[in-house]
Design a protein around this ligand. Structure first.
Ligand code: ADP
Ligand code: MG
Length: 139
């Protein structure tokens, strides 16, 4: 099934100069970029995006981190894009992530793990319009 998923290169990825690396990987893997922009989330926007994690012990720190600098947000499209992107990203904790995944290669901690990816069609349906209107998505 052709799907769309939301990717975020988080503030640590931007600070480490990994925008190009991550985008190159998506292009190599055949995930088509159909929307892209840079954003600097404020705290309220970070909390809204991660509302599903409200109440968890890492929520406060996560939203401070996500609002600590600019991020790159993208919509990726392709066959099984949600699952394929999750595989390319690797597990949430970089120490648990498979060899060759973005998080294993570049992430320092379970919190500062370089990339976000929608985990289901339902979350993609919430997350994509959180950043993009339909006219900002090409194709
Ligand atoms: P994923 O990003 O792999 O879908 P989750 O949805 O579980 O992971 O968590 C969202 C984000 O919250 C993670 O990417 C990470 O930045 C942060 N996070 C998750 N679990 C922890 C934790 N135990 N400690 C600190 N930060 C965490
Ligand atoms: Mg998640």
């Amino acid at each position: 099934m052709n799907e769309r998923t939301l990717s975020i290169i988080k503030p640590d990825g931007v600070r480490k100069g990994l925008i190009g690396e991550v985008i190159r990987r998506y292009e190599q893997e055949g995930l088509k970029i159909v929307a892209m922009k840079m954003v600097h989330l404020n705290k309220a926007e970070a909390k809204g995006f991660y509302a599903v994690h409200r109440g968890k012990p890492f929520f406060e720190s996560l939203t401070v981190f996500m609002s600590s600098g600019p991020s790159v947000v993208m919509v990726l499209e392709g066959e099984k894009a949600i699952e394929r992107h999750r595989q390319i990203m690797g597990a949430t904790d970089p120490q648990q992530a498979d060899e060759g995944t973005i998080r294993r290669m570049y992430a320092d901690t379970i919190e500062q793990n370089i990339v976000h990816g929608s985990d289901s069609t339902e979350t993609a349906a919430f997350e994509i319009p959180y950043f993009f209107s339909s006219s900002e998505i090409v194709g």
